[in-house]
Design a protein around this ligand. Structure first.
Ligand code: MF3
Ligand code: CO
Length: 258
């Protein structure tokens, strides 16, 4: 398999899928309240993607049962929505969502505070989001893939947090996972050179404590091995001659990634 570069017309299709991802995630962000269950969010996302003519990309992917991943607190990623799981004041909630439209994919994630959270937890969210901003800034023609990885790791570790090793970002396009795995750690200057038209899902996963994770008996939910809190931010990004293009948000939005 090889890295697939997309034409401008293909990037427009990815952007259309990406805009559905962005809208749904933003609507979910606004509606999250203590007392809701993660299944309430799942149902809303399933309805909204259908209304916009998209197909939820996660449901049925390797047997994943839902359209949304909802990961609370020490859950890193791939938490499965449940009518038994109530969201509480002070939680952090990672929402991960993917859409396919016209054969092209968009994938993004955001971690949100539920009501008032501890200052150290605020800092976790901020540093993780900033690590994504810095990673995206490296997504330019001529740079190497590991320049992106290094941007995440260096910012996270300078700030006293740690980067999950077992899970990575990825190429994306006409499949949710295309060639190129993108670790969130590494020395700069290694790996393939980035070229115009490449599209990557960049997704730092950051723990307050140690990097190790384990998978729960549901075979999906990744949690921190030490029980510490974890955050996840993601965007689908195109490498263009004008610099990084975040496909999972409207063009008119700029500034921080989330
Ligand atoms: N955003 C995740 C990824 O890039 C979610 C996919 S896992 C799924 O791999 F099973 F939920 F689809
Ligand atoms: Co992804």
């Amino acid at each position: 398999m090889a890295v697939i570069c997309k034409s401008p017309a293909e990037l427009d299709k990815m952007h259309r899928a990406g805009l559905v991802v962005w809208r749904v995630l933003n609507e979910l962000k606004q509606m999250v309240r203590p007392g809701m269950t993660t299944m309430d969010l799942e149902k809303y996302a399933a309805r909204r993607v259908a209304e916009q003519g998209g197909r939820a990309a996660f449901k049925g992917y390797r047997g994943y049962p839902c359209v949304l991943c909802t990961s609370l607190n020490q859950e890193v990623v791939h938490g499965i929505p449940s009518a038994k799981r109530r969201i509480e004041e002070g939680d952090i909630l990672s929402l991960d969502f993917g859409v396919e439209m016209e054969g092209y994919y968009g994938d993004a994630a955001v971690t949100i505070p539920v009501g008032k959270i501890a200052p150290e937890t605020e800092r976790l969210l901020q540093v993780t989001r900033e690590s994504l901003d810095r990673a995206i800034d490296q997504a330019r023609p001529g740079n190497r893939l590991s320049d992106i990885s290094h941007a995440v790791q260096s910012w996270v570790e300078q700030n006293g947090f740690s980067v999950v090793r077992e899970l990575v970002g990825h190429g994306i396009g006409t499949r949710m996972h295309e060639d190129l795995q993108l670790p969130n750690y590494g020395e700069p200057g290694h790996g393939p050179r980035l070229r115009e038209g490449m599209t990557l899902a960049i997704e730092p996963m950051v723990n307050v404590g140690k990097p190790a994770i384990r998978i729960l008996d549901d075979e999906w939910t990744a949690v921190t091995a030490d029980g510490s809190l974890s955050a996840h931010f993601e965007h689908t990004v195109a490498i263009t001659s004008n610099g990084p293009w975040i496909l999972t948000r409207p063009r008119e939005v700029d500034g921080p990634s989330w």
